[in-house]
Design a protein around this ligand. Structure first.
Ligand code: COI
Length: 356
């Protein structure tokens, strides 16, 4: 899905004016690193509170080789998007307070201090405004904002780091999967697990992501888009895909795995549950078995990066199951409804969007 910075920005000049519009080919936008203009940095010592954040030019950062994040993985991240509104009417963020709250809960689990909700949202707004030339035109993508909270201070014996850095950067993105908006094909994994009971599966810690690269690499080498993980105890219940939550639809009843510590409580997941219930669908958060998956009419994934992605097929133990996709599907209806709110195309009756 990724485009390298060089393919997107053939003529990038780091000294040029921030007012210039970006000479990105918006139609080639995937989900990859683009060096934008500014990042936000705020620091705090262990036992203290965050203060005095500032916008800095986007640059490499300096870390002590003994920093907690490099040595022991003490770090969490968030992801949210800003959409450009029609007719130069500013930008919309989607539920940024929810990301702030999730970062606070994750920080508690990882023994880190965290920014307040106001500090988090303020930093995100600043990052959008400072990088506004990188927000794609309407319907062409969004600015993906990546807040990080890391143990930046040095620590050799295993313990919480003495200093923390909250850092926010952003990049313009289009669709996450190389399939674009077309259905994706998932491989069910029952050997490599994403999470274990008592672990950090429900927290957006950086340490949840590198361990699934192996499974993802194997699946991609066989032509699959990504991996769907099963629970590590019974190897029977769906958890989530590498970068998103999963939903199934059977006879107009929607089900999604319950988040009992091993599944991330996605903000898109929660929003989709609410929108679907508003439409009158029954939505069950429950244990969803591999048999339920085989029997489903429709399957889709949700996440900030993937938005709502239809699943065309799932392969499990060499057997391929195919699902309904296209215009008349539940996922298409929910996708439209969610993105219309996110892009400001309909009135936001839920109070989910924040205007910048
Ligand atoms: C997101 O959807 O925002 C995520 O953080 C997933 C990430 C692997 C791209």
């Amino acid at each position: 899905a990724s485009y390298s910075a060089s393919s997107l920005q053939p003529a990038l000049d780091s000294d040029r004016s921030d007012d210039e519009s970006s000479d990105i080919d918006w139609d080639k936008l995937g989900f990859g690193v683009v060096r934008t203009d500014y990042m936000y940095v705020m620091k705090c010592s262990l036992g203290d509170t965050f203060s005095c954040g500032e916008l800095n030019r986007y640059s490499n950062i300096e870390l002590n080789p003994a920093s907690g994040v490099l040595n022991y993985g003490q770090g969490i991240f968030e992801g949210l998007k800003a959409y450009r509104k029609r007719d130069d009417r500013g930008f919309l963020l989607f539920r940024p307070e929810e990301n702030a709250l999730r970062m606070q809960m994750g920080a508690e689990r990882m023994c880190m201090p965290s920014p307040t909700i106001d500090q988090f949202v303020h930093a995100v707004k600043q990052i959008v405004l400072a990088n506004k030339r990188w927000v794609p035109p309407q319907e062409r993508g969004s600015l993906y904002i990546r807040p990080l909270l890391i143990g930046s201070g040095p620590v050799l014996g295993l313990a919480p780091a003495p200093e923390y850095t909250f850092l926010v950067y952003a990049a313009p993105v289009g669709t996450y999967f190389k399939e674009g908006l077309a259905p994706i094909n998932l491989l069910v994994q029952d050997e490599i697990h994403r999470a274990t009971p008592g672990g950090t599966g429900s927290v957006k810690t950086i340490t949840n992501y590198a361990p699934v690269l192996k499974a993802q690499m194997i699946a991609k080498s066989k032509g699959f888009t990504d991996v769907l993980y099963l629970d590590s105890v019974k190897k029977k219940y769906l958890e989530e895909a590498s970068s998103c939550n999963i939903f199934i639809v059977k006879d107009s009843v929607i089900s999604t795995p319950i988040t009992q510590g091993t599944v991330l409580s996605g903000i898109t997941r929660r929003s989709i549950i609410e929108i679907a219930r508003d439409y009158g669908y029954q939505v069950d958060e429950r244990l969803v078995s591999i048999e339920d998956l085989m029997d489903a009419d429709e399957v889709f994934c949700t996440g900030t990066a993937v938005v709502v992605s239809p699943v065309g097929s799932i392969t499990y133990h060499g057997q391929r199951f195919e699902y309904k996709t296209g215009a008349e599907t539940v996922s298409q209806r929910l996708h439209k409804s969610l993105t219309s709110i996110q892009m400001g195309l309909v009135e936001d009756m839920k109070g989910w969007t924040v205007q910048i």
